[in-house]
Write a protein that binds this ligand. Structure first.
Ligand code: F6R
Length: 365
């Protein structure tokens, strides 16, 4: 049931501090500040030369975020692909390499076919799934369950942030196993993860401001989302969420790609949502933002207090999220883009939980 919420999606957005917290508790030992996976992995990360991550839609964006984490913490090359492409291009996999599949439902036809293909190639398979009785969970060699609970809204929200939590823990475990992270590094990263549920709750506080902004977004024909680094997949996710429930055309771009094409679209009618925590690529994103401002674009900047202070451009609205010193900003920055899509759809009067033409579980390709 929807508790006191108008839609399942709203309820599920608000459940995130709790369910991400449950997932966290399953994957880390908070007392010792260590990652503690609930299952023993049947392979050694030192033997893995490449990780292939495969999923569809929102789950594939969780995979894109994880790529940055695996490469940074474990220095292992990662390839991310959507399952419909991966399965037919018959990507070469080395025996013993790791293939990770991400799926809320565990029933997505293309992701399942990709899993079967990877198994045939002799890869180790890990499935990050929310439904433990699903086909993908049954067929994968190792299952890492997200503890999001049943997700009813067709647009994925809490499953996504729980996927990120599991993938973050797995990336830290990989870094530790490969000797790229020390005990102290691991402890620091785990401390960062432990903060996440509280930070998500703090991000939800921005909802009234986002609700107001949604009234302007609802008047737009197109919306552009920009981000760099781990914020790039959050830009993709923000755009997907907006188009699927409000039917407003949106695109997510790597901020650095702006000048390679999409900048031609910028005018005063197209809002540009910039996802930019004050991190190592912040300055670069700000210079892209200045390019947008110089062309009369209206910017909604999602950042933290430090970022808001540093970013000086005109026609700017800032959504200020809590400061966080860790590499795990995407788990928190997912919240405002979910809220923006949700409230825009509510203004538009669409069927938020059952958007047209979409199914919760895509069991046919
Ligand atoms: C977006 C959305 C879809 C799913 C995709 C994969 O909000 O819900 O893009 O993420 O269909 O579904 P699962 O995770 O069940 O494999």
């Amino acid at each position: 049931d929807k508790a006191n919420y108008r839609h399942f999606m709203a309820k599920e957005i608000h459940e995130q501090p709790e369910v991400v917290g449950h997932t966290l508790a399953r994957y880390v030992d908070m007392a010792s500040e260590r990652v503690a996976l609930p299952v023993k992995l049947p392979f050694d990360f030192n033997d893995v030369q490449r990780i292939t991550i495969t999923a569809c839609g929102t789950a594939s964006y969780a995979g894109y975020v994880a790529k940055y984490w695996f490469e940074r913490f474990a220095r292992v090359p990662v390839e991310v692909d959507v399952a419909s492409e991966f399965r037919y291009r018959e990507a070469p996999l080395r025996k013993g390499d790791l293939a990770v599949f991400i799926s809320q439902s565990g029933e997505t036809a293309d992701t399942l076919a990709a899993l079967r293909y990877a198994k045939e190639q002799g890869a180790h398979t890990v499935a990050v799934v929310n439904v433990p009785t699903s086909t993908i969970a049954r067929e994968a060699e190792t299952v890492l369950q997200t503890l999001a609970g049943p997700e009813i809204g067709v647009a994925s929200t809490k499953a996504f942030t729980c996927q990120l939590m599991v993938l973050a823990a797995l990336a830290v475990a990989a870094g530790k196993a490969r000797g790229e992270l020390s005990d102290a590094d691991e402890a620091k990263l785990v401390q960062g993860l432990v903060e996440i549920p509280r930070l998500i709750a703090a991000a939800l506080v921005a909802e009234p401001q986002i609700e107001k902004l949604a009234r302007d977004i609802a008047k737009s024909r197109d919306v552009l989302y920009l981000g760099r680094g781990t914020s790039f997949p959050i830009a993709l996710e923000g755009a997907l969420k907006l188009k699927e429930i409000s039917y407003i055309h949106a695109e997510g771009y790597a901020a650095g790609e702006l000048k390679h094409g999409p900048i031609a679209l910028i005018d005063e009618t197209m809002p540009v949502v910039v996802i930019a925590p004050y991190d190592r690529v912040f300055e670069k994103t700000v210079s892209n933002m200045q390019e947008v401002a110089a062309r009369g674009g209206n910017i909604i900047l999602v950042t933290d207090a430090k970022g808001a202070e540093e970013a000086t451009v005109d026609s700017l609205v800032t959504i200020v999220l809590p400061d966080m010193g860790s590499a795990f900003t995407p788990i928190v920055y997912a919240i405002p883009v979910q809220l923006l899509a949700y409230h825009t759809a509510v203004v538009m009067g669409t069927d938020v939980d059952q958007p047209r033409n979409l199914a919760k579980s895509v069991t046919v390709e």
